[in-house]
Design a protein around this ligand. Sequence first.
Ligand code: GYE
Length: 331
Amino acid sequence: MKKLVALVLCLMMMAAFTASASALTVAFSQIGQESDWRTANTDDLCKAIEAEGWTLVYDDAQQKQENQIKALRNFISQGVDYILFTGVVTTGWDEVLKEVNEAEIPLILVDRMPDCADEIEYAAAFGGDFTEEGRRMGFWAGNYFKSIGRGEEEINAVILEGTTGATAATERTNGILEALQNFPNIKVIASQTGNFTRAEGQPVMEAWLKAYPDIDLVLAENDDMGLGAVAAIKAAGKVPGKDIIVVGCDAVKVAFEAIVAGEMNATIECTPLYSRFVVDCIKRLEAGETFGRDVLHPEEFVYDAEGGIAYNAEGDKLSIKAGDVIDERLY
Ligand code: GYE
């Protein structure tokens, strides 16, 4: 009898949980559509939310902070159940995120963290470790030049930075510069934003190729800009991947294709596939669980033409050959 009561109670709880979970409204303030990474991130999250039967309220801010602030205020007035938020830039979110807190809408921080994270309440935080990604770019490049016998040669590097003021850009730049301290032969001769887009990365590289005839290495803070650099290098009559080494970040499919074709040399993974985390997180929050304040990072790797290049300080993390895994890539 006791067992039966327990079973009935359990079924009732499950039904209540399913009913409340299925009636959820999840709002997502997305930055824009600047890159392949962003497109994959939007598709993955939006499809997963809808697949759960939840109502999705999606806003594309088109790279404008004021649009994101407006969207967040709209989400509050609509009384949504959850807000997913990534900030186009790092600063300037204090006021509006406090309003989200006052409205008691659970906030899930994804991707780029705001600098006011310590002063606000949030239910969970998930995204890439951008400083570590930058370090990996630097370590991979330094060790790659060593591996081809150019460890003592003076290497001229340029950095194509992401969107100015974006956490993903600032932290990747910091990580790159930190790692390059271990390779005194690599000199950064220019560093400028390409706004995380191919269209803006390419002309920056074109201008550099005119100004500096002897660039050896491009560190592009995302693959789109890396591919823009590849196009600029070709247009200048040089061979990308050989005359100039090109390192990207994100590990999108087109970068794998460029690596296999020999035009790009490496890409540092930053997965845009957040849906497994976000959906699971919302279900667990609904069930009363809580998450800590740490930003949770996915496990990520580095891919290149041959594999076997160390990309961390200890030298025990080795790149994977892109050609071996290209067919399994999901984005
Ligand atoms: O690397 C870039 C995108 O914030 C991690 O933004 C994201 C970055 C990603 O546009 O391609």
